[in-house]
Design a protein around this ligand. Structure first.
Ligand code: URA
Length: 265
C-alpha cells in the first residue's frame, strides 16, 4: 500500500527536491564566487588600485638611517621583554614579540597581541593580517622598515583570545616606554584594543576612528597624535568596500598630517 502511494506521488515530489538541491548548490557557488571576488577586490584596493609602490617611488618619511641611541634603548627594552614573566603569558609563549622597525620612525603602528605566526617568529604582524598591514603601509608610499610596529601585549594569548585587563596592565609599561623612546609624530592604533588602551576609553573603535586624538607620553612633552583605525584582521573578516575605504581615509589623514604626498596610482 505504502509503496503504491510513494510511486504515485514521486513524479510530483522529486522535481521539487531536485530544484531545491539545484538552487542550494547554485547559492553555494554564488557564495564561493562572492568570496573570491571580494578577495580580488581587497587585493586591488591595497595593491592594484593603490599600486604597491616601487622603491624608487617611495617617499621616505625620514632616511632609513637609524638613531643609534634610540636603537640601543629599544634593544634593551626588547631584552627585558624577552625575559618578562610579569603575567602568565610569559610561560606559554614560544617567543616574546617586543616589536620592530625604524628607530627614527615617525609613525608607530600598535596592534593588539601576537598571533601564532608572530609567536613562532618573534616578530610582529607577519601572518595574514601582517601581510595586509604591509600592503597598507606600502600603499601609503612607505615600507615596513620606515615605521615601527608593535603591540599592546608582547606575548601571544592562548588561542588568540582577547587580552585580559591584568595582562594589559602588566605589559603596557613596555609599550609606553617604546613610544616615549621613539617619540613619533603619529601613532596608528590598529583596532579596538589598541585604541581603547592607549586612549583609556571605553568608546567603540567605530566612534574613535577617523579623527586624531592625543596620547600623552610624559608630563611636559607635547602629546603625540593618535589615529585609531580598524585592525587589518577585522578588515579581513568584515570584508566590505566601505570598511576598506574607511581605513584608507584614516591613512590619508595620517599622510596629510605629515605633509606627505598621497602618491598617484
Ligand atoms: N595581530 C596583532 O594585533 N598583532 C600582531 O602582531 C599580529 C596580528
Amino acid at each position: 500500500m505504502k509503496v503504491k502511494l510513494i510511486a504515485q506521488i514521486a513524479p510530483f515530489v522529486l522535481p521539487v527536491w531536485e530544484t531545491k538541491i539545484k538552487i542550494h548548490s547554485m547559492e553555494n557557488q554564488t557564495d564561493i564566487k562572492k568570496v573570491i571576488r571580494q578577495h580580488g577586490e581587497m587585493e586591488t584596493f591595497f595593491s592594484g588600485g593603490f599600486t604597491q609602490k616601487s622603491p624608487a617611488q617611495i617617499e621616505r618619511l625620514r632616511p632609513a638611517v637609524e638613531n643609534t641611541e634610540v636603537a640601543a634603548k629599544l634593544e634593551k627594552l626588547s631584552a627585558k621583554v624577552g625575559k618578562c614573566r610579569k603575567c602568565g603569558l610569559g610561560a606559554e609563549r614560544t617567543n616574546a614579540v617586543p616589536g620592530e622597525g625604524n628607530s627614527n620612525a615617525q609613525i608607530v603602528f600598535v596592534g593588539e597581541a601576537p598571533g601564532a605566526d608572530e609567536d613562532a617568529q618573534g616578530r610582529p604582524f607577519v601572518g595574514r593580517a601582517g601581510k595586509l598591514l604591509d600592503k597598507i603601509i606600502n600603499a601609503m608610499g612607505l615600507q615596513r622598515q620606515d615605521v615601527f610596529i608593535c603591540n599592546i601585549l608582547k606575548c601571544r594569548p592562548p588561542g588568540n583570545r582577547d587580552p585580559k585587563p591584568d595582562e594589559i596592565n602588566s605589559c603596557l609599561p613596555y609599550l609606553q616606554k617604546q613610544i616615549e623612546t621613539l617619540n613619533p609624530e603619529i601613532i596608528v592604533a590598529l583596532g579596538a584594543h589598541a585604541a581603547k588602551t592607549l586612549l583609556d576609553t571605553s568608546e567603540t573603535i567605530g566612534k574613535l576612528r577617523g579623527r586624531f586624538h592625543e596620547y600623552v607620553t610624559s608630563p611636559g612633552r607635547e602629546p603625540v597624535k593618535l589615529m585609531p583605525t580598524y585592525h587589518p584582521a577585522y578588515l579581513l573578516r568584515n570584508y566590505s568596500l566601505d570598511n576598506r575605504r574607511k581605513v584608507w581615509d584614516d591613512m590619508k589623514k595620517v599622510l596629510d598630517e605629515l605633509n606627505l604626498p598621497i602618491l598617484p596610482k
